[in-house]
Design a protein around this ligand. Sequence first.
Ligand code: SME
Length: 165
Amino acid sequence: MIEAEIDRSRGKAALYRDLAASLASLLEGETDALANLSNASGLLSGALERINWCGFYVLREDVLVLGPFQGKPACVRIPLGQGVCGTAAARRETLIVPDVQAFPGHIACDAASRSEIVVPIVSGGTLRGVLDVDAPVTGRFDDEDRAGLEEFVRVLAPRVAWERL
Ligand code: SME
């Protein structure tokens, strides 16, 4: 078992710095897409409090398809432009949704989800998919989460052999 050293007591920015460093060392010397996305979702789910789902959707043609995740079983296919995931992917821009019930077109996978953040994954100029994190409380995600999760994705994206996924 690989144990990540995550200390939540120093605040969010420090937590995300630790997470990015843990991710880099966890993935060192490995580029297998399934393995690295799986370990990245495991690392996140153990580190973030008050979340009920985290994981990846990968782009296959024009559809996001469910990838490695931690949480309850989720919907498998999300067309670009639909739901929070498809909207963030189409815009290539992180979306924070403080109250999913107020987001038109939100796709409910886990009924417990109340807020959500979706970070697009772009590598080599190509959209590869999204990182999606759901929380069972409204307003869970803020700009520190955005910056931290965007950094997490920046560390992850070049360490995944997307073309062999
Ligand atoms: N809520 C997402 C769907 C994915 S699940 O939350 C895991 C959306 O609206 O795209």
